[in-house]
Design a protein around this ligand. Structure first.
Ligand code: SF4
Length: 463
């Protein structure tokens, strides 16, 4: 994705592990693409839970904290991009509180849609909050239930939530793992010798040497303690609603997502795009890195050679921008460069995974033309993004989504390209395992599977 759109978060937990929390921090490296604003770990040693967290990348967490001074047999970790709550250390996770069951730490991936109302009600009752995150509201909800055990309190509180969540809770001796009833975000369970491992994506298992066992089921609560693990269903929903965007863009291609190889599905999506939107071109290139796999699928199906035409600079980060020049163009040129010679005299088909604002892609198309391309054709491996996401993806407001106001033909004109083709909703969800009934595609079709707040600043405008 060439526009500045962020993913949600990544979570990881290890129970009965060695060299904790260092191993959890290692695993977080594999999930870094899911969040770069803050990173943190919490460790349980049978008596208490301790937390270390930092703003920035996992490497900052390791550099700024002596993780070896913490030891324990269970640990959880988090990388964050804020979808709810601002980017501050107070909002970084794990969040650790003390309640009637002792220390309780939480890491959460997703976005809850009914916690504003819950928070308002709690504040009227005198609750005090230390952060602005939805995850802290959930901790309050757990603490105020009349349940006889923490497991029961978590079950009751999670059943009240709407929106998306993959959560790991950690007490001094027990780990609880919960996933929302629609299964919006991915979460899987693995085994590493005598340890249990839970992660947002299975690529973390590969780094740790753990093996994939299965996905955490939608609506499932897994309890892991010294006696082993137990599973129960805390809620059921009318259908699965996995986020189809995980296959389009979020997840790493080397992960198993929703039980299937992301690489395989993303190539299939690219092939479907070639069937729906063929082109007469000499080469296919991708906008690296997220659209490369779909571009390979497009090239295989269309039998047009795939070339590396654009390179991405991975080390840009926060940069000095010269205000006398076009800021957006500078940002694009800092991030991408064309490989001279590849495009000269060629009809170029550029595969991109999605268009959000469209400004970056316009500059990229211009750079390709300046490099000597005779024609520039854009093919998008998803439908037009015209509606906001309430389930963990940080899209801009509806007005900033170019497809909410312009038709594909008008967008093609704005990009100044020879043709523009989008994959259909049916083509996208049909290319994914299980078919359309198992997926959320609300940012394309405005069919929201779960409650979305009507007083939101970016309410959905459907129809
Ligand atoms: S609205 Fe879009 S990004 Fe959000 S969960 Fe649904 S498919 Fe995913």
């Amino acid at each position: 994705m060439s526009d500045e759109v962020r993913e949600e978060c990544g979570v990881l937990g290890i129970f009965n592990g060695e060299r904790l929390p260092r191993q959890v921090a290692m695993g977080l490296y594999a999930l870094q693409h899911r969040g770069q604003e803050s990173a943190g770990v919490a460790v349980a040693n049978g008596e208490r839970v301790r937390v270390r967290k930092s703003m920035g990348l996992v490497s900052h967490l390791i550099r700024e904290n002596n993780l070896d001074e913490l030891s324990g047999f269970a640990a959880i970790g988090h990388v964050r991009y804020s979808t709810t709550g601002s980017s501050t250390l107070a909002n970084a996770q794990p969040i650790l509180v003390s309640c009637r069951w002792g220390h309780l730490a939480i890491v959460h991936n997703g976005n809850l849609t009914n916690t504003d109302e819950m928070r308002y009600e709690m504040e009227q009752d005198g609750h005090i909050f230390l952060s602005t995150t939805d995850s802290e509201v959930l901790l309050h909800e757990i603490a105020r239930t009349k349940a006889a055990s923490l497991g029961e309190a978590i079950r009751i509180a999670c059943a009240k939530l709407t929106g998306s969540f993959c959560i790991i809770f950690l007490t001094k001796d027990t780990m609880y793992v919960a996933r929302d009833g629609f299964g919006f975000r991915p979460m899987c369970l693995g085994k590493m010798n005598n340890s249990w491992v839970v992660a947002s994506e299975s690529c973390a298992f590969d780094l740790l040497g753990a093996s994939y066992v299965r996905d955490v089921k939608p609506g499932e609560l897994i309890t892991i303690d010294k006696d082993g693990w137990r599973t129960e269903q805390f809620t059921s929903k009318p259908r699965k609603a996995h986020c189809i965007f995980e296959y389009v863009y979020f997840s790493r291609p080397d992960s198993l997502i929703f039980e299937h190889s992301c690489d395989k599905i993303r190539r299939r999506i690219g092939r479907q795009l070639a069937k729906e939107c063929p082109v007469s071109a000499d080469i296919v290139i991708s906008v690296p890195d997220s659209s490369t796999t779909a571009a390979l699928g497009y090239a295989q199906e269309s039998k047009i050679p795939f070339e590396i035409g654009l390179l991405r600079n991975h080390y840009v980060g926060r940069t000095f921008i010269d205000p006398s020049q076009d800021v957006r163009e500078q940002k694009v040129r800092l991030k991408f460069n064309v490989i001279q010679g590849v495009m000269k005299g060629k009809r170029v088909c550029v595969v991109e995974d999605s268009i959000v604002r469209g400004t970056t892609l316009r500059y990229i198309a211009r750079m390709i033309r300046e490099a000597g391309a005779t024609e520039v054709h854009i093919r998008i491996s998803s439908p037009p993004v015209a509606h906001p996401c309430f389930f963990g993806m940080d899209f801009p407001t509806t007005g900033e989504l170019i497809a909410s106001t312009l038709t594909p033909a008008e967008i093609g004109k704005m990009l100044n390209v020879d043709s523009l083709g989008y994959l259909s909703v049916e083509g996208l969800t049909g290319a994914a395992p299980g078919g359309p009934k198992d997926y959320c595609a609300a940012c394309f079709d405005c069919n929201y599977p779960d409650y979305v707040p009507s007083n939101s600043t970016t309410p959905p405008h459907c129809g």
